[in-house]
Ligand binder design. Structure first.
Ligand code: PLP
Length: 500
């Protein structure tokens, strides 16, 4: 088995001799898959204590089970469940299921409607991943993070390993507030920040706080599927508003708002997700004005603020919000790593108290040790140094990718150079994008068709190509495969569909 003490129970109403009852209990556990082929069984002394029987009873039970072929005993190694079990073993042991405990596949009760699963980040095994645009984990200051984590646990075990504040550890809230004030122009103190497990949890908590079933929420017509699905799960009707080269067409939202009461708008003004354009200044002001007049919340997802390569980053809507309409959502997924699951919300204090109240019901609070360790890295400037370095690297990779695609696929792709972010948004001509993704899958490179992000569910001639996580050699290989797949796609169609 493993390092746990295995518990067994005898049937209290059992009439058979004890050694037979012990053997029956073990046999039953083998048959139902709890004890798997090859699993180590406890020694006879331990098992005798477990069953509260004499050791000789267990020895007799084991002898019987060995004779029947259920278990194998070796003086040197101990007693194990047989790898070749008797034929009486249920069919569930055959084939792949032999490795799994026999838990029913289906629950014995009905489930509520399923959410649409949105896993954008998964790259098929062995493929070059040009999917979403994620940070390169090799750049992360792992040694500094490890040291900080160890220090936190060593010096403050009592407070760190106990229950904490649902708003997030005060140290990280202070460090984030300092970052938001310095780099994003927000007038935010630690009380105006809630730390979450990634911005996905922030979006979920915001939806809990804001949305009542039937509420209408505006989103960009190409948008971030996990955000849209979360809003829908909380009962929102999600209405797409067109996006052009200046971000969400706020004029179209104003027009729609004459007929519809919008509870909220979910927007990505800095680097529009997935098209990467920046919202124009006039539209920003118009959006804030519309929000103020109609009491509409603006959920501003500023997921990769630091990774802006042309001039200074544009300050968030939240930095000029004087009427408390903006809910600002950020993430450390791009600054550090998505696996750390750190995000945050900044906004009016009463909103944050409500969010924290919801959070206390979801998981009480976050991982305080990780929050504190990352706070330390922010306090001593480690994160800032990392961001400066990563920004240089990602900018070079963007330029490398742009040059390679312009050289190798000039006839098939049209795109502008995005001012920031971790991916390119390209218009595709000459092949159907879905066919290209299928051919790419066969060639061992993975990227997303733009239609994945379209709210109208239609096919669109766009693709998103992430570049940030891979060194130039791998990007070059990825582009070679993209070119080969492009040629394949222009020659044939109708392959089986992998997930694109
Ligand atoms: C639009 C958008 N929002 C937020 C995030 C970050 O999500 P999380 O912090 O939950 O990892 C991403 C990451 O890809 C994103 O693309």
């Amino acid at each position: 088995m493993n390092a746990w003490n295995v518990t067994f129970q005898l049937d209290p109403a059992g009439k058979d001799p004890l050694f037979l009852q012990v053997a029956a209990a073990i046999r039953a556990d083998i048959q139902r898959g709890r004890l798997r082929p090859g699993a180590k069984l406890p020694g006879s002394r331990t098992l005798a204590r477990t069953f509260s029987v004499h050791r000789n009873t267990v020895v007799a039970a084991y002898e019987g089970l060995v004779a029947e072929g259920w278990i194998e005993a070796s003086e040197a190694r101990g007693t194990f469940v047989s790898r070749a079990l008797p034929v009486a073993v249920p069919r569930a042991f055959a084939g792949r299921r032999a490795q799994r405990a026999q838990v029913p596949d289906q629950p014995g009760f009905d489930l509520a409607p399923a959410p649409v699963p949105v896993d954008l980040a998964r790259t098929p095994a062995g493929a070059i991943g040009l999917g979403v645009g994620v940070p390169d984990p090799h750049l992360l200051p792992v040694a500094a993070l490890t040291r900080a984590y160890r220090r936190v646990l060593r010096h403050q075990p009592r407070s760190i390993l106990s229950y904490g504040d649902p708003q997030g550890h005060p140290r990280l809230r202070s460090a984030l507030a300092a970052m938001l004030t310095a780099t994003r122009g927000l007038a935010t103190g630690p009380e105006e920040v809630v730390v979450t497990q990634g911005s996905q949890m922030a979006l979920d908590l915001i939806a809990r706080t804001l949305v009542r079933p039937g509420d209408v929420v505006a989103v960009e017509s190409f948008s971030y599927p996990p955000a849209c699905e979360t809003l829908r799960q909380h009962g929102a009707q999600v209405v797409p508003i067109p996006v052009d080269q200046d971000g969400m067409v706020v004029e179209a939202l104003e027009e729609a708002a004459r007929r519809t009461r919008f509870r909220a708008a979910y927007v990505t003004p800095h680097h529009q997700f997935p098209t990467m354009v920046t919202m124009a200044a006039g539209r920003r002001l118009a959006l804030l004005d519309l929000a103020r007049r109609t009491r509409m919340a603006v959920i501003e997802d500023d997921y990769d603020h630091e990774f802006h390569y042309e001039g200074r980053p544009v300050l968030p809507l939240a930095s000029v919000d004087r009427t408390g309409v903006v809910i600002y959502v950020g993430s450390l997924a791009k600054i550090l790593a998505p696996g750390l699951r750190l995000g945050y919300v900044a906004g009016p204090r009463a909103l944050l108290e409500r969010i924290a109240a919801h959070r206390s019901l979801v998981d009480r609070h976050g991982n305080q040790a990780v929050e504190c360790a990352v706070a330390e890295l922010l306090e001593d400037g480690e994160v800032q140094r990392h961001v400066r370095r990563a920004r240089r690297v990602y900018r070079q990779r963007r330029d490398f990718m742009v040059a390679a695609l312009r050289r190798e696929l000039a006839g098939g792709l049209t795109f502008g150079v995005p001012p920031g972010g971790m991916a390119l948004w390209v218009e595709v001509t000459g092949v159907e994008v879905e066919a290209w993704t299928r051919c790419a899958f066969r060639r061992g490179v993975h990227f997303h068709a733009g239609s994945r992000y379209a709210l109208d569910g239609k096919a669109h001639p766009f693709a998103r190509l992430g570049y940030s996580s891979l060194p130039e050699e791998e990007l070059a290989e990825g582009v070679r495969r993209l070119v080969a797949a492009f040629d394949d796609a222009s020659r044939r169609s109708g392959e089986p569909t992998p997930s694109t």
